[in-house]
Every structure is written in structure tokens, then in C-alpha cells.
Design a protein around this ligand. Structure first.
Ligand code: ADP
Length: 364
């Protein structure tokens, strides 16, 4: 007779029941969790386990997926990033919130957010990876729709605007000798409004393009800030601004976007200054195990506390256009760029004394 060792005494039974139920519960939770789980041997990149949710969502069967390399379930559009993710995992033993794309058996794609932790042996060597893959299709679709809408709206609005501007120029040329002073003033207002609308639409178009580039690069932030200061040379010269920065780190970033971020923050630090006062701007950084934290400080006009949360909203401006030019889009860009990198942006400001704009960028 096969002896069930749990029958030895009543105490074991109780424990068995507890442990067994616990194991079963965990198994059921694992198999039917809302997220997809994936375990990989990082040595050869082969899939050694996944849960039912992954099979349900992708349409693949266990036999099709197990023992294949991870590339089997990723869409070819992100294979380069998967290769990099595997490299990073082998080095660091973890990955956090990496946006990638699964493929489905039916020929579709599922955008996912991947976080991975290493399972190690007693000596600390990585045995395999446990990855949690969150389906972000809804968020992705919404984001795509918003971007598409902003792109089409701004792109298509430019054409009629250009026609009106062209017609206005022709009208002015044809009527140089006829129009009176009042009409000249009116036409000037129309012309200025058209220029402003063009600027706003260009800003909106630029906003919709943020995050289009797919590849991150390891960039030296000293070089980025140096390039931005060259671009801002004319405003630095005309205001006499002093811009200082010490050693800044190398960070893995989207290059175009990160330049735009520094350009907006440093540009604002120079621009929002009392007339006749020399702008003093400093760019510094500190770091924690997970993040680099940057701060752009100025000695400018500052921002009253009750208005500080509003300034990251699109088209939000606190000053009159006659005092400071602008569209109110720059800080909305900054917020989108920092969040694209998985960081945060905020500020401290003393009204009349100056402001410090902080932002974080994750290290991996
Ligand atoms: P813009 O610079 O085109 O006006 P932004 O989106 O860059 O638009 O900034 C929004 C508003 O926030 C600005 O109009 C200004 O009122 C305020 N602001 C931004 N940066 C600063 C700063 N460094 N000092 C004071 N006010 C600022």
C-alpha cells in the first residue's frame, strides 16, 4: 500500500492542508492573473514558463511557446529593444516598465509594459527571470488616437492659415495707396494674429511628435546642455545671462526630446526675468540608486504658489504677451518628455525671487 506520509499524525495533516492549499492558490492566481507572466533562461533567451493569461491573450499554445527564444513572441518591430533588454537583464538582474510589443497568433500586436526580476541561486547567480507583462493596449490606443488627432488637426490647419496669410499680403500690396490709417492698423492685427496662430499650431504639431522616436541613446548631458546653449546664444547675449553647469552625467534618453526639454527650461529661466536684471541660471544634478535628478534654477520673476500647478497645462501662461513672448506650450512639452522617460517634473518657486524646476530620469 502506498503510504501517504501526511497520514502520520494529525499535525502534519493540518500543515499539509495549509501548504497544499497555499500552493494551489498561488498556482491559480499565477495562471489566471490579469497580467501575463513569462520566465526566461537568460543564458540562451529561451522561454521556460508562462501563465495561461499569456496563452489566452496571444493565442499561442504552450507547445508553441515553451523552449522557443523570447523573440518568438515579440513583434519584429521591437527585436532590437528585446536584445538590449536581455543584455541589461544579464548585467543588472532586473528591468522596469520597458515598453515592448508582443505579437499574436492571429497576426496582431499587443503593446506591453515589461518588468522583470531575477531568481537567483544560493551564490547569487541568476538562474532565470520572472517577467510580468502588462497589456497596455487601451492606454496605447488612446495615446495613438490623441497623437493622430493633434497631428492631423495641426497639420491640416496650417494650409488654410497659409492661404489667408498669402491673400492678406496680396491685398496689402494691391491696396497700398488706397487703405487709410485705420485699415492699416486693422490689417496689422490680423497679420499678428495669423502669426500667433501659426506658432500655436506648430507647437501643437511638435507636441504630437514627442515620443515618436523609438530608440534611446546613452548621451552625455554636458554635450546636450552645451548644444542647447549654442541654440540659445542670441537670447543669452542680449540678456547678458550667466549660465553655469558643473559635471553632468550620461543618461539613456530619447535624444531629440531631451534637447527640447533642456531648451525649454533654460530658455524660460533666461526669459522670465525682470527688465534690467541679469539672469543667473544654474543646471545641477544629484542621484539616487534609481534616478538622476536635475534642477534648473534661476533668479527670475518667480511663480506664485497658487499658480504653480497650472503651468504644465497646454497653453497656460501667467504673464501678459506684451511682457513676455510665448505660446504656453513649452512646459507641457517638458512634462510629456519627462513622463515619456518614466520620470517626474515639479518646481519650487518664490514669487519675485526665482524658480527651481526639478525633473528625474530613471537610470535604467
Ligand atoms: P511660454 O514660455 O511659451 O509662455 P511655457 O509652457 O514654457 O510657455 O511656460 C508657461 C508659463 O509658466 C509661462 O508663460 C510663465 O508664466 C511660467 N513660467 C515658466 N517658466 C518660468 C520661469 N522660469 N520663471 C517664471 N515663470 C515661468
Amino acid at each position: 500500500m502506498k503510504i501517504n506520509h501526511f497520514q502520520k499524525n494529525q499535525g502534519d495533516w493540518e500543515n499539509f492542508d495549509k501548504d497544499y492549499r497555499l500552493g494551489l492558490d498561488y498556482r491559480l492566481m499565477y495562471e489566471n492573473a490579469p497580467d501575463m507572466y513569462l520566465s526566461v533562461n537568460p543564458e540562451n533567451g529561451k522561454i521556460i514558463g508562462c501563465n495561461n493569461t499569456l496563452f489566452k491573450k496571444t493565442g499561442f499554445t504552450k507547445a508553441e511557446v515553451l523552449n522557443k527564444t523570447v523573440f518568438y513572441i515579440y513583434d519584429p518591430s521591437c527585436h532590437e529593444e528585446v536584445r538590449e533588454a536581455l543584455e541589461t537583464f544579464r548585467e543588472c538582474g532586473r528591468l522596469e516598465n520597458q515598453q515592448l510589443m508582443f505579437r499574436t497568433k492571429a497576426g496582431g500586436v499587443i503593446p506591453i509594459l515589461l518588468s522583470v526580476e531575477a531568481v537567483r541561486d544560493g551564490n547569487g547567480n541568476i538562474m532565470y527571470s520572472n517577467g510580468c507583462c502588462r497589456d497596455i493596449s487601451d492606454r496605447y490606443r488612446l495615446q495613438q488616437e490623441i497623437n493622430q488627432f493633434a497631428y492631423v488637426a495641426s497639420h491640416d490647419l496650417q494650409a488654410p492659415l497659409k492661404s489667408v496669410k498669402g491673400a492678406l499680403e496680396v491685398f496689402q500690396m494691391m491696396n497700398q495707396n488706397i487703405v487709410n490709417e485705420e485699415s492699416v492698423e486693422l490689417l496689422k492685427v490680423v497679420d499678428q494674429s495669423l502669426d500667433r496662430m501659426t506658432l500655436l499650431i506648430e507647437g501643437l504639431l511638435e507636441h504630437s511628435q514627442i515620443g515618436k522616436s523609438f530608440l534611446k541613446e546613452k548621451l552625455d548631458m554636458n554635450g546636450v546642455v552645451g548644444d542647447v546653449l549654442v541654440d540659445l546664444a542670441s537670447s543669452i547675449e542680449s540678456s547678458g545671462a550667466k549660465v553655469v553647469y558643473g559635471y553632468l552625467p550620461e543618461v539613456e534618453v530619447y535624444p531629440v526630446e531631451i534637447r527640447l526639454l533642456f531648451q525649454n527650461l533654460i530658455g524660460n529661466a533666461i526669459k522670465f526675468q525682470k527688465k534690467g536684471k541679469v539672469p543667473m541660471v544654474a543646471i545641477e544634478f544629484s542621484e539616487s540608486p534609481k534616478y538622476f535628478q536635475f534642477v534648473v534654477s534661476d533668479n527670475g520673476i518667480g511663480i506664485p504658489e497658487h499658480q504653480q500647478s497650472a503651468i504644465f497645462r497646454m497653453f497656460s501662461r501667467l504673464n501678459s504677451p506684451t511682457d513676455f513672448e510665448g505660446t504656453g506650450i513649452g512646459l507641457a512639452h517638458c512634462k510629456k518628455i519627462v513622463e515619456l522617460h518614466g520620470g517626474e517634473i515639479w518646481l519650487n518657486s518664490d514669487f519675485g525671487m526665482g524658480s527651481q524646476f526639478y525633473f528625474t530620469l530613471p537610470k535604467s
